[in-house]
Design a protein around this ligand. Structure first.
Ligand code: SF4
Ligand code: SF3
Length: 541
């Protein structure tokens, strides 16, 4: 196996025997093959579109879910991945028949095989099958960005929003990562275009979420526990949460959020549920201790799932793109009602959660809420009460190096405000950083996809201050990344013209030296230093 798609990749180079995430070599191979056949299907679908034919939403959803399945910490279930490969090949054959000719198609589009051949084929089509390291680097960066885009599209689809333009781009671009005629320059341009569609996908999801559940608003979220048994929901899928909240109403079972589901509390539509009890625990990587202590069933609606310990594995339920062998999977596709009765019955047999902490945290600062406070914020900037905003969005992770972000937040001058989104916030959202004239010093917009809100806020501030360039704003970017959703967020920011983004705790292993050079020279991308060095860099006079 060879996988270097996430920040925790072995030795900052690549996982070659087993994933640091727990992915086996066999699973990694099947995921490589799933990507390959999805590229093949995408090639055929793109040719069909070019021939003026319509490609069904079922095909679009198949492609996005396949990509989602291969995101870090989403799916470890070889049977499920194998079944997806089989389904994808069947779908591709049907589209090929419709196309009527395989002229000009890639090898991936033409390949077919039975399950017995999958392992052999998988070994030929992984990341290292692209020999030139710069081409490989760009192709992979694009594919990882597309994975993030696919995840966000899928969440929007679950709420009834579709974009043929995003799906068509996604598929055409996937197919282009097999096109040997595209050189470094063409792939750099395609990377930027991926960022553009990343903005579109996040905007679509923002619209889907706010149309369905209202605009996030400033909200206090309880961190303690109640006396009832509970169900813990993790991941990013708000539609799954909605179905679960409805089905648990009046059952005596409370619902708590974990990690990236925390921002659900900020939406008016979810606040009406009196049994929506609070947030339990921290970011995804602490789940072994926290799922153990929760005592009740846990629902993983998306990544990040850590291979569960035997002690609580029977309480872990997966749905959507998530899977783990031996964990119960709740079925249901886009537009279907999922049946969570098994979790509810299970919860009733369990003791209430063990309390980990008490108190509350404040969040809900997506674009609508921040713009409602715009006058106050502009006033604070003009008076000098707020000197700078620091965007610290992104992901959290296991690496002790990430304590940098806690120390950085603590060391920030008192006249700075942190803008955040994603699970990176758990590194500092429980510190008592206070407020500036009533504006909290940590403004949490929501999930990683809500980084879109931070871009909307920046564009609005640019307008209010009458600036020409987004980079003239008093905003610095110090972003933490882990998995592929952070890649699309980064590409989206680059597309929007944001320069000098600092990315940590380490730069992606998938950046070859030459590609890293392009990012440094054109966009001022940099890593992080020590807290002292970076304080001087960002705030030194
Ligand atoms: Fe390694 Fe990350 Fe790939 Fe898992 S997802 S195999 S940790 S690079
Ligand atoms: Fe976190 Fe996985 Fe990325 Fe959505 S839950 S930000 S790491």
């Amino acid at each position: 196996m060879f996988c270097f798609q996430c920040q925790e990749t072995a030795g900052c180079k690549g996982c070659t025997r087993v994933g640091v995430c727990g992915k086996s070599a066999q699973t990694a191979g099947l995921q490589d093959l799933l990507i390959y056949v999805t590229k093949g299907l995408s090639d055929v679908a793109t040719k069909l579109r070019k021939a003026g034919k319509k490609v069904g939403t079922d095909v679009n959803h198949l492609v996005t879910e396949n990509l989602f399945i291969t995101i870090t910490n989403a799916n470890f279930d070889d049977e499920k991945i194998t079944a997806r490969i089989v389904d994808t090949l069947a779908c591709k054959e049907a589209l090929l028949a419709e196309l009527g000719s395989d002229a000009g198609l890639t090898e991936a589009a033409k390949w077919n095989g039975t399950e017995e051949t999958f392992a052999e084929k998988a070994a030929q089509v992984g990341v290292l099958s692209t020999e030139n390291e710069d081409i490989r680097s760009l192709r992979e960066m694009i594919v990882y960005g597309l994975k993030g885009m696919a995840a966000y599209s899928k969440h929007a689809n679950a709420l009834g929003k579709e974009s043929e333009a995003i799906d068509a781009f996604l598929q055409e671009t996937l197919a282009k990562t097999l096109d040997d005629s595209l050189d470094v320059e063409a792939l750099v341009a395609l990377t930027m275009e991926t960022g553009k569609y990343g903005v579109d996908a996040m905007a679509m999801l923002d619209e889907a979420n706010t149309t369905a559940y209202g605009n996030p608003q400033m909200t206090k979220v309880a961190l303690g526990v109640r006396k009832n048994p509970g169900i813990l929901v993790s991941g990013h899928d708000l539609r799954d949460l909605e179905m679960l909240l409805k089905q648990t109403e009046g059952t005596g079972v409370d619902v708590y959020t974990h990690s990236e589901m925390l921002p659900a509390h900020y939406y008016p539509a979810f606040q009406k549920y009196s049994h929506f009890a609070g947030n339990y625990g921290n970011a995804w990587w602490k789940q072994k201790e926290e799922f153990e202590a929760f005592n009740g069933p846990v629902l993983l609606t998306t990544n990040c799932l850590v291979p569960p310990l035997e002690s609580y594995k029977d309480r872990v339920y997966t749905t959507g793109a998530v899977g783990f062998p031996g964990c119960k999977h709740i079925p249901g596709g886009v537009g279907e009602e999922k049946d969570f009765s098994a979790l509810i019955a299970h919860a009733k047999q369990c003791p209430a959660p063990t309390e980990l902490e008490t108190g509350e945290i404040v969040g809900g600062f997506a674009h609508h809420q921040v713009l409602a406070l715009a006058d106050k914020i502009v006033e604070a900037v003009k008076s000098g009460a707020i000197k700078k905003f620091v965007v610290m969005a992104g992901c959290d992770g296991r690496s002790p190096k990430r304590n940098y972000y806690t120390d950085f937040a603590k060391a920030l001058p008192k006249d700075t405000v942190i803008l955040t989104a994603g699970c990176a916030k758990y590194k500092y959202n429980k510190l008592d950083l206070g407020d500036i004239n009533g504006i909290p010093r940590v403004l949490d917009a929501g999930q990683c996809n809500d980084s879109y809100s931070l871009a909307v806020i920046a564009l609005k501030l640019k307008e209010v201050f009458g600036l020409e360039d987004i980079n003239d704003l008093p905003i610095v970017y110090n972003i933490a990344w882990y998995e592929q959703k952070a890649v699309i967020v980064l590409l989206a920011l680059l597309y929007l013209g944001v320069k000098n983004i600092h990315l940590g705790p380490t730069l992606p292993a998938f950046l070859s030296p030459n590609v890293a050079k392009v990012l440094v020279e054109n966009f001022g991308i940099a890593g992080i230093g020590t807290v002292e060095e970076d304080m001087e860099l960002f705030f030194g006079e």
